[in-house]
Design a binder for this molecule. Structure first.
Ligand code: OXD
Ligand code: MN
Length: 592
């Protein structure tokens, strides 16, 4: 049964059904009965494996094709009318040409299959922040993941009414042919088309495609922001909670920070950390003139390897029920899952992520794919914020940027102003790790961690940040910080323990926001006095001299960095905001 009478939706579905020719059309209402039926069907066809009901209730395992295990940035297109609108950091194709290419791939591809119609809301249904989408898909795996990651059901359609303001999403699994795989965003048309993939980031269209690429464009046009940022709340012993939005490139521990466990000393004093979101923030000015953020998602799509009871117990606990695992190993003795870094007991009898037998004692390859994932409901998270469902969002005290820099960036520094903060976000970069293919230690620029997710020209995006700042009363505007958990000594050892101890840095950040602590002005911004970072309980691990060394700003390294920034900025030609050009000049003269 159709869940709406909205003409723009019904006409669009008919048009797409005429193209892809499904055997039947099924609306997804998000009900437990329907989800159970779809799970049973996916198990009967082998698309999913039901895991041990006692140990992992309502949990399932799915394997993608080995050629389809990650996002594909070179096949992700921003289809604006002109190439300049997409900008130099996006791959672009002219819209009509792209539609034609995609329709030729999609034509008749649902024959013998069902078209599932998923009405979903990004953000709490009815919140002023929220936006609605429809995803058409021929994959039960996608339906079940979307039912975790977003809010699905008839109430979404009721909230939309007959409005035309909704995001169109068409996913066609086709033959999962890597040569014809395309993930295309049409920002002006509120449209996403994804073909020949069945991997999360490419096909759960609410996430990267909508909540970042399309939404960043919508935010630009409508005066709000969609950012690749976690949201966490730090509660002090007096029960006051301050909220921080933080952006990091991949492999910098974003989910771990979002669900941080305070060090023992902090716990004893009564500090708590609450997770509002681990990946995406939608940000708007509230009536009181402050910026507020929501997490538009309803689940965590986290990387499994490395997640364990030490690194991130809250994430691990979140995966214990109602979770879909993708490309992890299947422990066939217990009918549970395993991945590298889960524990020190790899299963002797397992099936690896490719579907082959795997034995810990003789294994030469990894059991789980390095980008294997869990899709877990946010409600499972023990530290989920009580404000998670708040339709007004949470007030933001600080924006935190970060990356992996062995020598350059200090543990933390604060920007000198809003525009200087935008500059710091725009020069974000991370050194590549052994986890990714290619050379190790190469600097990859990733402004605001939005490089693969900005749905328009990055120069316009920076100007949008600057324009938002101009509308805010400086006393109410969030402050900007940059952190670097990854400083190394000359032997390549990390100097900062990271994980829960990062709260010591967040503590300083919050104190700065409240004007409670002084800082040292340097060429790049305000750096803490070492004595102001609380080392109680880790003095043996981090001496005050070590701390001083990781707070140091080396002008020679920074001078070299400014050449890298200049080179990166040059890509944007005349579109580079004047403000950022000036910020770079100021940094250069500060260093001289
Ligand atoms: C993610 C990503 O999956 O940023 O969140 O790649
Ligand atoms: Mn992400």
């Amino acid at each position: 049964m159709e869940l709406t009478e909205n003409k723009s939706i019904l006409e669009w579905i008919k048009e797409k059904a005429d193209l892809v020719k499904p055997d039947k059309i099924l609306w997804i209402d998000g009900s437990k009965e329907q989800i159970d039926e779809l799970r049973a069907e996916a198990v009967s066809t082998g698309e999913m494996i039901k895991l041990n009901e006692e140990l992992l209730p309502d949990c399932y395992l799915h394997r993608t094709k080995p050629n389809d295990v990650a996002r594909v940035e070179d096949r992700t297109l921003i289809c604006t009318p002109t190439e300049e609108e997409a900008g130099p950091t996006n791959h672009w194709m002219e819209p009509s040409k792209c539609y034609e290419m995609l329709y030729n791939i999609a034509r008749d591809s649902y024959k013998g299959r069902t078209m599932y119609v998923i009405p979903y809301s990004m953000g709490p249904v009815g919140s002023p922040f929220s936006k609605i989408g429809i995803e058409l898909t021929d994959s039960i795996y996608v339906v079940l993941n979307m039912c975790i990651m977003t809010r699905v059901g008839k109430n979404v359609m009721d909230a939309l009414g007959d409005s035309n303001d909704w995001v169109r999403g068409l996913h066609c699994k086709c033959n999962v042919d890597a040569e014809n795989r395309w993930i295309c965003q049409f920002p002006q048309d509120n449209t996403i088309i994804s073909v020949n993939s069945a991997y999360g980031g490419n096909v759960l269209l609410g996430k990267k495609c909508f909540a970042l690429r399309i939404a960043s464009y919508q935010g630009w046009k409508e005066g709000w922001q969609a950012e690749h940022m976690l949201i966490l709340g730090v509660e002090n012993p007096q029960g006051e909670v301050k909220y921080i939005c933080a952006a990091f490139p991949s492999a910098c521990g974003k989910t771990n920070l979002a669900m941080l466990i305070p060090p023992e000393g902090y716990q004893k004093k009564g500090y708590k950390v609450w997770c509002v979101g681990d990946d995406i923030s939608w940000i708007r000015k509230g009536e009181d003139g402050r910026l507020y953020a929501i997490n538009p998602e309803n689940g965590f799509f986290g990387v499994a390897p490395g997640t364990n009871m030490k690194s991130n117990p809250n994430a691990l606990i979140s995966t214990k029920k109602g979770t879909i695992f993708t490309n992890v190993a299947h422990n066939t003795d217990t009918n549970t899952v395993w991945w590298e870094g889960l524990d020190k007991n790899p299963p002797e009898n397992a099936i690896d992520w490719k579907g082959n037998e795997w034995h810990a004692s003789t294994a030469t390859e990894k059991a789980a794919h390095p980008n294997s994932r869990f899709t877990a409901p946010t409600v499972n998270c023990p530290c989920l914020s009580s404000e998670f469902e708040n339709p007004q969002g949470v007030p933001i005290s600080a924006f935190v940027f970060g990356g992996r820099r062995a020598k350059l960036a200090p543990l933390v520094y604060q920007s000198k102003s809003w525009n200087n903060g935008v500059f710091i976000g725009s020069i974000m970069a991370s050194e590549t790790t052994a986890a990714a293919a290619g050379a190790v230690g190469v600097v990859r620029r990733d402004p605001m961690a939005m490089l693969p997710f900005c749905g328009y020209n990055m120069a316009d995006y920076w100007q949008h940040w600057i324009d938002i700042g101009a509308t805010l009363d400086p006393d109410k505007a969030p402050k900007f910080f940059n952190v670097n958990w990854f400083r190394k000594d000359d032997d390549g050892n990390f100097l900062w323990p990271g994980f829960g101890d990062n709260l010591r840095v967040l503590d300083w950040i919050i104190n700065r926001c409240e004007g409670k602590v002084d800082a040292k002005e340097t060429a790049i911004g305000y750096v803490p006095y070492a004595e102001d970072i609380n080392l109680e309980g880790i003095e043996d691990e981090v001496s005050i001299d070590t701390l001083k060394s990781i707070l140091e700003v080396d002008p020679e390294l920074w001078k070299a960095e400014t050449s890298g920034i200049e080179e990166f900025y040059a890509k944007f030609g005349d579109k580079l905001p004047e403000t950022l050009k000036n910020e770079l000049e100021t940094l250069k003269s500060n260093l001289a």
